[in-house]
Design a protein around this ligand. Structure first.
Ligand code: ADP
Ligand code: MG
Length: 239
């Protein structure tokens, strides 16, 4: 089953000098429950691709389906999609508990259920001891764990990660990759993860798409891509 399907999909931005194309005729699909990684240099279109899935791109061509429905026909509130950005972007005046609970408060979840879900997700992210702190009392890595918990608390079937580990100290990144695998095993969501780090991409992906100037430069499983020695882009990365 495909959870997401791009079909000859293009996305543009409107600028003073006219429309510029950020995604160019993308056609690929993402299987339900897999970890799908998009890797590409800065400016290749990774964030635009995630914004497209969130229905935040105004000027588009072609089709994009989520669970068989066109994104154009899905209202934003009807989508239960988690989104983790590069910056943790927590609400500074709220405790960790309230930050994680916030998406549930918006939909008027009962307090007992909020309590249960926040505790469950805090356990999974290994941060129950941080629940009473404010964001400024946390390290960068801890803040990102809270941001991930907040994105997961509504139990989305699809979670988008936009270079979530790039602000984390290099020696902690392996720990975060392990955490991502643990989340995937525990909750079994589909994960769409974008990064400029090829090592990260190869270590996480079930399928990997290499994006170059808004187009698909390469696609396959990590093993398939490693066998393709003719791939100019991979040679560039793996010298
Ligand atoms: P990435 O996330 O891979 O760095 P982006 O998706 O942010 O790439 O950007 C893709 C292209 O679209 C880039 O050329 C970028 O300059 C352009 N772009 C992104 N956002 C805007 C915007 N709001 N207005 C105009 N151009 C944009
Ligand atoms: Mg980006």
């Amino acid at each position: 089953m495909h959870i997401i399907e791009f079909n000859a999909y293009c996305a543009y931005y409107k600028t003073k000098s006219g429309l510029i194309k950020a995604l160019d005729k993308l056609s690929f699909s993402i299987d339900t429950g897999e970890i799908f990684v998009v890797v590409g240099e800065s400016g290749s279109g990774k964030t635009t691709l995630l914004k497209s899935v969130l229905g935040q791109c105004e000027y588009t061509e072609g089709d994009l389906f989520i669970e068989g429905m066109s994104v154009d026909d899905l209202s934003v509130s009807a989508r239960n999609i988690g989104y983790v950005r590069q910056e943790a972007d927590l609400y500074p005046h709220m405790t960790v508990y309230e930050n994680i609970a916030f998406p549930l408060r918006i939909i008027h979840t009962a307090q007992a259920e909020i309590d249960r879900r926040v505790k469950e997700i805090a356990d999974l992210l290994e941060i129950p001891w941080l629940l009473t702190r404010k964001p400024r009392q946390l390290s960068g890595g801890q803040q990102q764990r809270v941001a991930i918990a907040r994105a997961l608390v509504k139990q989305p079937e699809l979670i988008l990660f936009d270079e979530p580990f790039s602000n984390i100290e290099p020696n902690l990144r392996a720990e975060f990759r392990a955490l991502l695998r643990k989340i995937h095993q525990a909750l079994n969501p589909t994960i769409l993860f974008v990064t400029h780090d090829l090592g990260e991409a190869f270590s996480l992906a079930d399928h990997l798409l290499v994006l170059e100037n808004g187009s698909v430069a390469d696609f396959g499983t990590p093993a398939e891509l490693l066998q393709q020695h003719h791939s100019v882009l991979l040679k560039g990365y793996l010298k």
